[in-house]
Design a protein around this ligand. Structure first.
Ligand code: UDP
Ligand code: UDP
Length: 460
């Protein structure tokens, strides 16, 4: 018992950012901490951008009534020009501009907090606020450790006009080729993404620690370089606590079609929660999937934000392609419960954009990847896919974002290759085992999580 008479509880607040790629790992972290008897207050920036986010949040609070929900009501921005940028980046900015509301919220929580865990995109605005409260602030980096090396080094690469002068400055590791750098970061002048990289990358050095949803056996060298001061001299501990186990925050969605397919025979095709390809590329992809002759389950996405994705499948694909797809595949144009799909025995491969959550879900289930990075961190992640033996990446496909049109014939060939690659299946079985060991009893990530919770207990 504490001096004040109540049983002491370790209490941690979580502050995610916008989009499923940022929210999902926070939801899993909340579930993980709750399972270890940490009391979690989950701060939800409201409103959300997508329906998927608001639905997942309501599932979290229904499944875990012991988690406290607090809203951070977002204030409108007095700078409409920022609205023309990506809707998710715009929301990052909204949260940053509303973060002055946090100190009152945080200090009102009971029992007092031992720490807050803040999304990487909010570091530069939230760290000064939590410093003034004397509250330890851990930054959760929602991509790979390799991407983290780039994120924290980016500001050191820039010249006086914020143009990249020398992109080779991620020291202690192999160079990241210029072609893998997210294109908006290579532009002159400023944009929201660039500002986030510069400001947050710098400020993260002042956090209490950086959490990453990765683990030793896939990013050993990278984690060592970060923690030995080879990337930046002054960096807090980088703590690998993944891969987070699936924890369903979505309705189960039995797909009878999938149940009828032979084991390991189906390629799942999805580019995540916020990537819409051009219509031409969507149709070329559909043609390629049909020509491959392989079975496939294809999540078609025509708009970045789900609530705007209103056109019917027939309008997006056209009658002819839709009919051909039905021969060996199933195309759907709604949110799928990806965790559930990747764990289905019929799934044998995943054509993925290499969002970090999709990759951690694939390796957790031992599903091999055909990588087709579209933007952001995805080429850096795709490289890791190849290097750890999780899958293949055809670099000639470039970025998805309108850089080129990848032809149906090329897609069909790569699909046939990946689905027929038995060696890769052996490798991914091994990766699956290692992933589960990392978070099992005595695993490297489990040990780090326990150590972290012990530190928080001492803060009380
Ligand atoms: N997701 C899903 N159903 C969909 C699309 C995406 O469940 O139809 C989930 C996916 O499982 C992952 C997250 O949304 O957990 C997307 O995150 P990721 O980092 O893979 O990519 P992003 O969407 O941020 O590009
Ligand atoms: N690795 C890493 N970061 C990377 C790539 C690899 O930490 O970006 C680690 C990871 O643990 C991997 C090991 O280095 O298992 C070996 O990877 P590499 O590509 O160097 O394989 P090699 O061909 O040298 O065996």
């Amino acid at each position: 018992m504490s001096d004040s008479g109540y049983l002491q509880v370790t209490h941690v607040a979580l502050l995610p950012s916008a989009g499923m790629g940022h929210l999902t790992p926070f939801l899993r972290l909340a579930a993980l901490l709750t399972a270890h008897n940490v009391h979690v207050t989950f701060i939800t920036p409201s409103p959300t951008v997508s329906l998927a986010e608001s639905q997942s949040l309501s599932h979290l609070f229904t499944t875990f009534p012991q988690i406290t929900q607090k809203h951070l009501h977002l204030l409108p921005l007095d700078q409409p020009s920022a609205n023309s940028e990506d809707p998710f980046y715009y929301h990052f900015e909204l949260i940053r501009r509303s973060s002055h509301l946090l100190p009152t919220l945080l200090s009102s929580l009971c029992p007092p907090l031992s720490a807050i865990i803040t999304d990487m995109s909010l570091a530069s605005t939230v760290i000064p606020l939590t410093d003034s409260l004397g509250l330890p602030n851990y930054i959760f980096f929602t991509s790979s450790a390799k991407m983290l090396t780039f994120y924290v080094s980016f500001h050191t690469m820039l010249g006086p006009n914020h143009e990249i002068e020398d992109h080779t400055k991620v020291s202690g590791l192999e160079q990241i080729p210029k072609a893998w750098i997210p294109p908006p970061l290579l532009q002159g002048g400023n944009n929201l993404l660039k500002t986030f990289f510069i400001e947050n990358g710098k400020k993260m050095t002042e956090s209490s620690g950086i959490l990453v949803n990765t683990y030793e056996s896939i990013e050993r060298e990278t984690l060592a370089a970060l923690n030995e001061g080879k990337v930046l001299k002054k960096l807090p501990a980088v703590i690998a606590i993944g891969p987070f186990a699936p924890c369903t925050f979505q309705e189960s969605q039995q797909l009878a079609w999938l149940d009828d397919q032979p084991t390991g025979s189906v390629l799942y095709v999805s580019f995540g929660s916020r990537t819409a390809m051009s219509r031409d590329q969507i149709r070329e992809l559909g043609d390629g999937l049909v020509r491959s002759g392989c079975r496939f389950l294809w999540a078609v996405k025509d708009k970045k934000v789900d609530v705007e994705d209103n056109e019917k499948l027939i309008e997006v694909l056209g009658q002819g392609l839709l009919e051909r797809v039905k021969k060996n595949g199933l195309a759907v144009k709604n949110w799928l419960n990806q965790e559930e799909i990747l764990s289905h025995p019929a799934i044998g491969g995943f054509l993925s954009h290499c969002g970090w959550n999709s990759l951690t879900e694939a390796l957790w289930n031992g599903v091999r990847i055909l990588a087709w990075p579209q933007h952001g961190d995805q080429k850096i992640n795709a490289d890791l896919v190849e290097r750890i033996g999780l899958g293949t990446w055809d670099k000639s496909w470039g970025w998805g974002e309108g850089e080129m049109l990848v032809k149906a014939q090329d897609i069909a060939e790569r699909v046939r290759e990946i689905m027929g690659n038995k060696l890769l299946q052996l490798q991914t079985d091994h990766i699956r085992e290692e992933a589960r060991m990392a978070v099992g009893d005595g695993g490297s990530s489990t040990k780090r999580l326990y150590a972290l919770i012990e530190i928080w207990k001492k803060v009380q």
